[in-house]
Design a protein around this ligand. Structure first.
Ligand SMILES: Nc1ncnc2c1ncn2[C@@H]1O[C@H](COP(=O)(O)OP(=O)(O)OP(=O)(O)O)[C@@H](O)[C@H]1O
Length: 234
């Protein structure tokens, strides 16, 4: 479960400041996909960045379990991301020289102390092949990004985001580089893995053509949550 309580985020803007998030509160429960929609510039990416602990809000709390992620130091937030948060960006951001399987294994080497890395390595090695199979890429595990289609690359990115078994999955416009059919497959895959693994998934999408894959839907306009359609989507 990830919960935002009364989160405000501003950015410098000339002499003053622009409010990207204005006292936003929302709950993203475990095992469900919570969609965040809204017009361009409404604050969707800002909300995801705050949830990802990549930006610290001016005020408010970001609760992941019992922990307020907004109150952590940069180092603590990095450790939290390594252990408990998975992120999928619009572009798959794969490393060109690594095979699909190696992209997942590389997640074990992302920092932390020696014992933390050893524990993560065991987790990642144990889960990598199963996850590649779960995203339908068993046969492509030794291929490099240039040998994969856009949809396959996005599948690798999803598997990579889940390989350390995070509680929270944050996904930014996962279908923007894909055609409609491929986009629908990716959305269905995210929904299936969310339900199977019990992750609290927050997914930003500006168009609602794939609304059927969402369990909840929150609309953000001018930095505020305007409406929350809870449950019963699709
Ligand atoms: N780093 C930044 N510095 C200054 N202003 C920013 C910064 N990032 C975002 N903003 C502003 O904050 C507001 C919200 O932007 P945000 O990118 O979160 O919107 P969005 O809904 O994700 O938009 P889009 O759908 O176009 O990606 C906008 O007014 C934007 O100009």
């Amino acid at each position: 479960m990830i919960q935002l309580h009364d989160v405000t985020l501003t950015f410098p803007d000339g002499e003053g400041r622009i409010t990207a998030l204005d006292r936003v509160s929302l709950d993203a429960p475990a095992g469900r996909v919570t969609g965040i929609t809204g017009p361009s510039g409404s604050g969707k990416s800002s909300l995801l960045a705050v949830a990802a602990t990549l930006i610290r809000p001016d005020s408010g709390r970001v609760m992941i379990g019992d922990l307020d992620a907004a109150a952590l130091t940069c180092r603590e937030a990095a450790a939290l991301r390594r252990e408990r948060i998975g992120i999928v960006f619009q572009q798959s951001n794969l490393l060109p020289s690594l095979t699909a399987r190696e992209q997942l294994l590389a997640m074990a080497e992302l920092g932390g102390g020696r014992s933390e890395r050893a524990a993560r390595r065991a987790l990642v090695r144990g889960g990598a092949d199963e996850l590649l199979a779960a995203v339908g890429l068993e046969a492509q595990r030794d291929k490099r990004p240039h040998q994969l289609s856009g949809g396959q690359r996005q599948r690798v990115a999803i598997a990579r985001a889940l390989v350390h078994a995070p509680e929270v999955l944050l996904v930014d416009e996962p279908t923007s580089a894909l055609d409609r059919e491929r986009g629908a497959e990716i959305m269905d895959l995210i929904a299936r893995l969310t339900h199977e693994r019990g992750t609290a998934t927050l997914l930003v999408t500006h168009d609602l053509v794939h609304e059927g894959s969402l369990d909840e839907l929150v609309s953000v306009i001018d930095g505020r949550v305007r409406e929350a359609v809870v449950g019963g989507i699709g």
